[in-house]
Design a protein around this ligand. Structure first.
Ligand code: HEC
Ligand code: HEC
Length: 388
């Protein structure tokens, strides 16, 4: 009995201190006035002490960090999930870029406004270790946006997406009218910019801050890579070096990937070796990709997508033609077509190359691709739907 009393007293003291501590935290981090927070809380589930969007790179990537403005990213998060910002109020960015699918869609062509569908497969925004570090203006050594690389900034990409008739069908002046309808934007703009002037640039900068903060770097692959980090890291260093945390199939898949796929898709944690390529899907393409913009020398040439979270982002390719990774691996194994623009990486003696993987090798390659899945990102609150 005495022990029980002691325990109770101890618990009470613990409770007392933990509640004091909590009060203190709440006070020091409150961003919004009670009145403003009440306005937000009618529609949104946003903490009063905002999520921290700073991104610290893993050790193998020089442990640098990138900071993102939490107010701006939070505003961007609301815009990203707001269906009111599409013509018929049924579609948001997140309709085609779903968090649980690493911000891809599970349909070959996504549903847009007024029962229209997109003309290409939705690109996964969670396919890179950090969006801002990877994507951007080609002149600054970064990768431009879309399957045909036609946009250079997230702002430009988002403006095109809002206006796209198959996607949201909203020229920017209409987006601003909708923003003006909702009180939560008044509060969020005031917190972010000091006033509630709704401008196109502010809307686009906010979406951009949110998308740029997206980071996938906590997969099984990352964990193992961190353990094998050396200052002179290079993809070839990990060939033939077994990762202790990997199964033997994953280790075999890693070696097959580096030798056969890494030449284009790159290091997974870094840039692809080839920014754009033709990978021999057809002899004649319906959609010419970059060729639609710059002529027949680029017919059938598309962005080389990065493969983080690839197990979640099917169907695959610009037209979603392959439902599974098995079909993708079969394509490379013996389905590559000798298109006039086929990349030299996929040719041998003037012919399309056939890797002729054994079943064991195919399974191993897929096991390895599965190690890119980052469960933490898929459940990270700061990227989640803030609407009630
Ligand atoms: C109706 C579906 C749909 C909606 C809504 C949508 N997207 Fe997309 N998104 C796509 C498709 C499809 C592509 C690929 C299009 C292409 O390459 O031509 C894409 C591509 C992108 C890309 C380029 C990624 C890369 O790897 O190059 C970004 C970034 C993006 N979308 C962000 C957004 C944002 C931000 C919004 C909201 C403002 C949005 N999307 C709304 C379907 C959609
Ligand atoms: C010549 C460069 C090249 C090589 C080598 C290559 N790929 Fe690709 N890969 C591409 C291109 C380009 C695309 C997009 C093509 C398209 O959609 O038209 C692609 C698409 C993919 C996709 C679909 C991505 C998505 O988001 O839809 C997967 C998965 C993939 N490749 C896996 C592999 C594997 C596994 C290997 C090695 C066996 C490999 N690739 C070798 C260039 C290459």
């Amino acid at each position: 009995m005495k022990n029980l009393n002691c325990l109770l007293a101890f618990l009470m003291v613990l409770f007392f201190f933990s509640s004091c501590k909590k009060d203190k935290i709440d006070i020091s981090y409150e961003r919004y006035t009670a009145e403003d927070y009440a306005v937000l809380s009618q529609s949104l589930n946003i903490e009063n002490d905002l999520e921290d969007y700073t991104f610290v790179f893993p050790k193998y990537y020089q442990s640098r960090s990138l900071s993102f403005d939490s107010d701006l990213a939070t505003l961007g998060r609301v815009i990203f999930y707001d269906k009111n910002l599409s013509d018929d109020r049924t579609i948001s960015c997140a309709s085609c870029h779903k968090q649980e699918l690493a911000f891809a869609d599970d349909k070959a062509f996504s549903d847009g406004v007024s029962n229209r569908v997109t003309s290409r497969n939705s690109l996964a925004l969670g396919s890179v270790f950090n969006f801002a570090e990877y994507y951007g203006d080609a002149a600054s050594g970064r990768i431009p946006f879309f399957w045909d690389n036609r946009a250079n900034t997230v702002q430009e990409q988002a403006r095109q997406t809002f206006a796209n008739e198959q996607e949201m069908n909203m020229p920017m002046h209409k987006v601003l009218e909708r923003v003006n309808e909702n009180d939560y934007y008044r509060v969020l703009f005031k917190e972010t910019f000091g006033d509630s002037d709704f401008t196109e640039d502010r809307v686009l900068d906010a979406v951009s801050e949110f998308v740029n903060s997206m980071s996938s770097y906590r997969s099984k692959y990352d964990e193992e890579l961190d353990k094998h980090y050396v200052a002179t890291y290079n993809l070839n260093n990990i060939v033939g070096v077994d990762f202790a945390g990997f199964t033997s199939a994953e280790n075999l898949g890693k070696d097959l990937y580096v030798s056969n796929c890494g030449n284009c898709h790159g290091e997974i944690n870094g840039f692809p070796a080839e920014v754009k390529a033709n990978n021999g899907l057809d002899m004649v393409y319906e959609d010419q990709g970059i060729g639609e913009i710059s002529g027949s020398g680029n017919n059938g040439v598309f962005k080389v997508p990065t493969l983080r979270n690839i197990a979640l982002t099917g169907p695959f390719m610009h037209d979603g033609r392959f439902a599974t990774l098995e079909e993708v691996v079969d394509h490379y194994s013996n389905g590559v077509q000798n298109h006039p623009n086929l990349s030299s990486q996929l040719k041998q003696g003037g012919q399309a190359k056939a890797f002729n993987f054994t079943q064991g090798e195919k399974d191993a390659l897929i096991s390895f691709l599965n190690t890119f899945t980052d469960e933490v990102m898929l459940a990270d609150v700061k990227y989640s739907d803030p609407f009630k």
